[in-house]
Design a protein around this ligand. Structure first.
Ligand code: IVH
Length: 621
């Protein structure tokens, strides 16, 4: 195994990142995806941090940290835009609380808890309530003027509701919802343009544009989380000293007389006041006390993270009371009164030990990287999907490579990219096997298809197992207790080879299996018996016809009313069902015309009680 020396690696990375910077910033013609760029830059930063002698003054790392685009006008910040210190563990959050408590004793602080949006910080300046300037954070002192672009964000009010201070600077985050990000990338793909690595990069790339016409197509959003209010020099007192907190919104006139004209004394009241001015403020916020309260908020949000329409990378704890914030003050970079409690990273690096293939229910062959186990977002990952053969080539992942792995929520971990700098001399390319590793049938990839498939059909035990699991699944016949371990045993021992076989199981056979006592055998038999009376829609879904998901199965059941009517339908008849197009209609007919499937269905229909008719569609109220 021959690896380039560290100095050679660093030099190669420097040269590469510098070339990409030039292409991106000067030529406006990016050469690589953001993910590849970020990864190379991070690699260089890591090398230089570990071996400072490798750092050179001209290294691109010496310029990072919001180097403004030279072609966007500079936007100096009258009150610096600070950053936040991070707490990566419970212990670090506890230490933050302890420091705050000690500094404020004997008072006990309350904390305003917010989401930490994964977008980019911007500052919006309103003069007499009218949006005057929008700026990125830049290096905190000088950002980029993106006023025209900010104006295209539909949720940013161009005029605030109600009278406000002569000069009000609102701070918050610009981000892109996940579904808008996915749509954008789909469009980029269609047009052969660069895809964005994640919603944050997409938001940044869309806001930092010279042409606001592009920004307007990109559906950005904004959430306000603070202010840096400046009374007009002629009209009022200078800015408050403490970072971004402790400053008046409005002129101080009594709230009762002037609606949104408020003087607020806390972060939580500030958020309410911003909302009253017509600014979008995130609804997920809470005021809590003590480390227990902080932990509770963090855990509740961590649980709901994947249900949010946008990405967050943690939560933010802020001392609520502005007077207390001022007592705590700020250091050069970040305030002492706030901390970002970050989630464990969802990406990690590890080595590819091998690339295996897995066979899915429809025979789809998925290359899966076998990994040196690594912790990602709190879970140890030792396998990650590579999706398909083309993806393996596109990402250039080889056996022996170091790769970046991502695990998001409940989805299967995936390999994002390889790190070519760390590739050993003996790294091997993946070769798609010609035969199914499970049943030995030929693997075929049809013209124009991305997915290779095992041609063995239900002869292939892997497909059989998946078909059984699907058939028994919660949304299909819902046979509780029929998990993958049991299905493995049933299929491997030849006891059950197809769904109808499940109904022939008895207690004696079941008790002969590993880890199957009398009680679990009886429970399973009861679950199987209960599944005999199922609905038509569940039955149609359980069959596992390609392209027939739950919704289509329901539409089919409602349309035809009985299995016989469904089975007799021609492709034309099927096309009359809402949302059934030619591809689905053809897949259904193909499935029903296959003699093996017909035979299986006949046995099933003889076993299952008359399928209950689907309920009539709900009437509109
Ligand atoms: S407050 C002085 N609140 O996190 C306080 N920041 O690491 C400055 N961010 O640059 C920021 N959500 O882009 C604050 N609810 C939130 C936030 C938030 C996301 C970002 C912001 C900032 C970075 C600091």
């Amino acid at each position: 195994m021959t690896r380039p020396s560290l100095a050679q690696q660093a030099a190669a990375l420097r040269e590469r990142v510098a070339r990409w910077d030039h292409a991106y910033y000067v030529l406006d013609a990016p050469e690589v995806s953001d993910a590849v760029y970020d990864q190379a830059l991070r690699e260089l930063q890591r090398l230089e941090a570990e071996h400072p002698q490798l750092r050179t003054p001209d290294s691109p790392t010496q310029r990072v940290g919001g180097a403004p685009r030279a072609d966007l006008p500079p936007a100096p910040h009258a009150v610096p835009m600070l950053s936040l210190n991070n707490a990566l563990t419970d212990a670090e959050a506890e230490a933050f609380d302890a420091r705050v408590q000690a500094a404020l004793a004997p008072a006990t602080p309350r904390y305003c808890c917010e989401l930490k949006f994964d977008g980019l910080a911007v500052s919006l300046r309103y003069r007499d309530g009218v949006l005057e300037r929008g700026a990125t954070r830049g290096d905190g002192a000088i950002g980029e003027d993106v006023t025209a672009n900010v104006r295209t964000i539909r949720t940013v009010p161009l005029r605030l509701q109600g009278a406000v201070a002569p000069l009000l600077e609102v701070r918050g985050e610009v981000l892109m919802f996940r579904r808008d990000f996915e749509r954008l990338n789909a469009r980029q793909r269609e047009q052969g343009a660069r895809e964005f690595a994640n919603p944050r990069n997409a938001a940044a790339g869309s806001l930092r544009q010279l042409d606001a016409g592009i920004t307007t197509q990109r559906r950005l959003r904004f959430f306000a989380y603070g202010v840096a209010a400046l009374e007009d020099v002629d009209a009022g007192p200078p800015p408050a000293p403490a970072g971004e907190g402790g400053v008046p919104v409005g002129t101080g006139a009594p709230a009762a007389e002037s609606g949104s004209l408020l003087t607020v004394g806390s972060q939580s009241a500030l958020l309410d006041a911003l909302q009253a001015l017509g600014l979008p403020v995130c609804e997920h916020r809470a005021v809590v006390e003590g480390i227990g309260g902080l932990r509770g908020f963090f855990e509740a949000i961590a649980q709901r993270r994947d249900q949010l329409p946008y990405e967050i990378d943690g939560v933010v704890f802020k001392v609520d009371d502005f007077a207390q914030q001022r007592r705590l003050g700020a250091l050069a970079r970040a305030p002492r009164w706030a901390v970002a409690r970050k989630f464990a990273p969802r990406e990690a690096r590890t080595r590819v030990l091998g690339i295996d293939v897995q066979v899915g229910r429809t025979g789809a062959i998925t290359p899966v990287a076998r990994l040196e186990p690594v912790e990602v977002g709190g879970v140890v990952v030792s396998n990650a999907s590579l999706h398909n053969e083309d993806e393996v080539r596109r990402k250039d992942v080889r056996i022996g490579d170091t790769v970046v792995v991502r695990r998001a929520g409940d989805v299967i971990p995936e390999v994002l990219a390889s790190v070519p700098e760390l590739r050993p001399g003996d790294a091997r390319e993946f070769v798609m096997p010609r035969r199914c590793p499970v049943c030995g049938s030929a693997i075929v990839r049809e013209e124009g298809e991305v997915i290779a498939r095992c041609s063995g059909g239900l002869v292939c035990p892997a497909q059989r197992k998946q078909a059984l699991l699907h058939f028994a699944g919660r949304r299909a016949l819902d046979i509780d207790g029929l998990g993958d371990k049991l299905v493995d045993q049933l299929v491997d021992s030849g006891i059950v080879s197809h769904p109808a076989g499940l109904f022939a199981l008895d207690a004696v056979v079941l008790q002969g299996l590993d880890r199957m006592g009398e009680r679990s055998a009886l429970n399973l038999l009861a679950a199987i018996a209960a599944a005999r009376s199922t609905s038509l829609e569940r039955f149609l879904y359980a069959l596992g016809i390609r392209h027939v998901g739950e919704t289509t199965a329901r539409d089919l059941a409602r349309h035809f009313g009985s299995y016989a009517a469904f089975a007799a339908a021609s492709e034309d008849d099927l096309l009359k069902v809402p949302d059934v197009g030619p591809v689905v209609a053809q897949a259904i007919r193909k499935f029903l015309d296959e003699p093996r499937n017909r035979a299986e269905i006949d046995v099933l229909l003889a076993t299952l009680h008359p399928l209950s008719a689907p309920p009539p569609p709900a009437r509109a109220q």
